[in-house]
Design a protein around this ligand. Sequence first.
Ligand code: ADP
Length: 531
Amino acid sequence: MQLPPGVSQERFNEATSRFARVVGPEWVFTSDEDIDLYRDVNTPFMGEEDLEYIPSGAIAPKSVEEVQEIVRIANEFLIPLWPISTGRNLAYGGAAPRLTGTMVLDLKRMNRVLEVNEKLAYVLVEPGVSYFDFYRYLRANNLKVWLDCPDPGWGSLIGNALDHGVGHTPFRDHFGSHCGMEVVLPNGELIRTGPGAIPNSPSWNTFKYGFGPHISPMFGQSNFGIVTKMGFWLLPEQQAARDCVVQVPLYENVTPFLEIMAHLVCSSIIDGSWQIERSIRQSQDPDIRAALEKGVSNEELGQIGAKKGIAYWWTRLHFYGPPGVIDAKYAYVREKFAAIPGTTITLGGDYRFPLDPDTVDNSEDLFAKASLGIPELAIFSLTAQARAAQSLRGQAGFSPVIPATGPELMRAHRDFTEAFRELGLGAPTLDVVWSWFDRSLVMLMGMITGDDPQANKIKRENFKRLIAIAGENGWGAYRTAPLFMDEVMAVHSFNNHALRRFHETVKDALDPNGILAPGKSGIWPKRLRKS
Ligand code: ADP
């Protein structure tokens, strides 16, 4: 058992019995067996328990009033709390806190869908509602709206959005699609944001701003409050959806390719996720494999491919709407890409709704279901199985974000390839970058670790070095595991870390006892802050 810093066993026992009086003893967990469930299953500290961030226990309240009461007791006993919704933030730390000894505040029992408005297409939910739960709710009630889900559907709408998670449909920026929050502040006070502050307002989940400063963004990736309700905008059920694959021949085509994509995205012609892949590097053609072995330049590789009809770049675009609108968008996309000689466009899935979700399974396109708002676990289980086959259980994602332009992507390829070489990491896994956020590309790099502490230590250090290198180029990360939060925040250093100092000022004002998620996003409360 790992106690919170500065709290004796006796005081901890006293606090947990007070918590038990609020939620019932069966909802306070302090046995090692129970605590194990709140550790990060993908920890890069395997075999190094003295370094791993391990909670002291967990509490699972059922109501907002119970959350408020827990927060008041936590203040009295200086017990830090780490709120989670379903705790499936895998590759970004799972359910585990940043500070060993923090108690996990598990909100899974607060799992009601409070309102679905079909006409204005929004939902109000509690934290424990998972994507699977909500999907089943929509189907059971025959509601004509779509949810947007990330690749694994077992997380929650609120937890995923608060960590700036993403999906695939036009509402794939989950935090950007929220409208209205209810939050328990670190002193136990309850607030509602936007028009939610007007008693019984019908506009809480339809109008984001309300009046005065718009504060709900402050509760994403932060430790300023515990979100107990959140509204999200949804997509009305579409008449049709279509996807197509675009293949562009040469490496240097990436600049016009991304210029066209920028035009299509900024004009809302393409409003679903798309990825840009260096698909040539996966080709099994012997000449391509030999060229890769030899380490030819990207440009030369493209030329070799062009002679054999193997394109350098690959992307899949999604269209949603009435068939006539899709036809027009598709024709326009074809017209724009005709400007790059040698580009091919192939039609993929073509769907009419409502449909039987079982017909969507498509081994060629693992993202088919997610792109239609149908949660599943196929993509997740594929990578998990690949890691398990190598006995590599540890995993952490580093996800730098760059502007979606050709020169910037080429610069990132060059700089990360060089950095990987210098650090002895081999070739970077940069063959797929994602457009989850408009105007940006996310370069998802995974750090896979095993149970050799020495090897893991080197990987962790290298990972921190990559964060710093990204920062030197002006690239941050859209989210990160607790282990790397200080490092990612550190690169946001404009004007002597003015942003972090601002966060600390807010933190100290809202949470003077420093009880809420110490260290989250590199924000430490005064009593635990290093000089
Ligand atoms: P998911 O439900 O998708 O598995 P998690 O519960 O793991 O997501 O939450 C992701 C992160 O978001 C957590 O580590 C935590 O820091 C934060 N978080 C989750 N739920 C809340 C909440 N209700 N209030 C405040 N922060 C939260």
